[in-house]
Design a protein around this ligand. Structure first.
Ligand code: UD1
Length: 427
């Protein structure tokens, strides 16, 4: 197994480009099935989950190939509407293919994506949205079966009808599934209480390029009015706001002065606002941001995770890592996922003082962290351990960093370019 050995205590400097967004590229790849056309998707991050999506696309009958950071997809040859369990389990967000396959074929059969390390991962809102559009949905033996009345098979009439879909929660995935399936429905669909994340806006941009008539994305009501398919689409995936937040927190932890390019600072303002209040100097520009941290940071007060534009749950473990040595207390209230403080136990091995109770974690800043052996148990929690290790004295070994590769093109490589000492080794 590969481990990462990190020697802490070096401040970071330099400039790096931030990868394309994992959470934007995945729904866009799924949506490429919706109509038979060729997509040239630029700025795709090379991630395991992206490769898992390409494997699903190929299984469905698409051609899907990498060329540099561009993925070419030809979905004219779609010949199937099922995704076997083996492919579904490789990527938890594979349920996002539901709306696209249903929209293309009038039916879809997928195995349940299952829970994950963040707690249960229900898909009830996704299924309700498909039902609202007229699909019959059954879940038997862990398989989701969806079919619309009057569907005439692959690429024919889908049998879906536009509807008002009121989401009980502004779920990102359910909003994406509803938007994609609604493109294939007859008549207008109004999605109320929609998620407002930038990745929703990016998906809407791709769907528009594909020929959809959509508005309201980025706000709480998204309307999909119709669809006039195009044959060829070129689209560029937005920058990854969580990868950017990770590098900002890494600099906050290690100290130093770095610049991130190819970013949209407005997308992660909730994170830079807190880092700024804690004493980092943040200088945003249109497509770049600079962060500098020299003296000791102050505690961050209370940070509550909320749907966009609130503080993102995915950045919570990273900011927690950055707050460990701050002078004062930072309290985290996790509102989105049940089990999102798993990093706390491993961070304590580095000497962090963290108390957790239910959805609240309180960090009391310590003078210094000390290197230790820690286990990366999930994607962002694993990145948080790496972040904290950069600010710790001595050597930290992060075991099982495979989870981290699900979300970062090469976090170790990027941090090394900024001056961090990270060495990969096998044992
Ligand atoms: C997406 C992101 C993930 C991020 C999350 C919240 C992708 C690939 N993943 O996940 O990185 O942490 O948004 O910003 O984009 N829920 C239900 N029923 C449902 C669906 C969701 O109860 O049918 C609940 C979830 O359990 C969770 C909350 O809604 O508590 C938010 O989940 P959701 O917004 O759907 O997250 P994902 O789309 O899965």
């Amino acid at each position: 197994m590969t481990h990462w050995r990190i020697r802490g205590g070096e401040s970071l400097s330099g400039s790096v480009r931030v990868q394309g967004a994992k959470n934007a590229v995945l729904p866009i790849l799924a949506a490429s099935v919706l109509t038979g056309c060729e997509t040239e998707l630029q700025n795709c991050p090379r991630l395991r989950d992206v490769d898992a999506s390409l494997a699903i696309l190929r299984h469905l009958g698409c051609r899907a190939e990498w060329d540099g950071d561009t993925v070419y997809i030809d979905s004219r040859g779609v010949s199937g509407y099922t995704i076997p369990e083996k492919l579904m389990l490789q990527m938890r967000s594979s349920v996002i293919f539901l709306g696209a396959i249903l929209g293309r074929c009038g039916c879809a059969r997928l195995s349940m994506p299952g829970g994950c390390e963040l707690g249960p991962r229900p898909v009830d809102l996704h299924l309700e949205a498909m039902r609202a559009l007229g699909a019959h949905v059954e879940c038997v033996d862990n398989v989701i079966d969806c079919a619309a009345d009057g569907a005439s098979g692959l690429s024919g009439a889908t049998g879906l009808s536009g509807a008002v879909i009121r989401l009980a929660l502004p779920s990102v995935g359910a909003t994406e599934n509803a938007m994609i399936a609604a493109c294939a429905a007859k008549g207008a669909t109004v999605i109320e209480n929609a998620a407002r994340e930038p990745e929703i806006v990016d998906l809407a941009g791709y769907l528009r390029a594909l020929g959809a008539d959509i508005d309201g994305d980025g706000g709480p009501v998204v309307t999909v009015r119709g669809f006039a398919p195009r044959e060829r689409v070129r689209y560029r995936v937005m920058p990854d706001r969580i990868a950017a937040s990770t590098l900002l927190c890494a600099c906050a932890c290690a100290g130093g002065d770095i610049e991130l390019t190819d970013v949209t600072p407005g997308h992660f303002a909730a994170v830079t606002d807190v880092l700024g209040a804690m004493g980092c100097r943040i200088t945003p520009a249109s497509d770049r941001v600079r962060i500098a941290r020299s003296g000791r940071m102050r505690g961050g007060g209370t940070v509550v995770t909320r749907p966009y534009p609130g503080f993102p749950t995915d950045a919570q473990p990273l900011l927690m890592a950055a707050s460990l040595c701050a002078d004062g207390t930072t309290v985290f209230v996790e509102n989105i996922f049940e089990n999102r403080f798993r990093q706390a136990a491993e961070l304590r091995r580095l000497g962090a003082l963290i108390r957790t109770e239910g959805r609240v974690a309180a960090v009391t800043g310590v003078e210094r962290l000390r290197g230790a052996d820690v286990l990366a148990e999930d994607l962002r929690g694993g990145a948080a351990l790496v972040t904290a290790a950069l600010g710790a004295e001595g050597e930290t070994v992060v075991k099982d960093p495979g989870h981290i590769d699900r979300g970062y093109e090469s976090l170790d490589g990027t941090l090394s370019r900024l001056g961090a000492h990270i060495e990969k080794y096998m044992n």
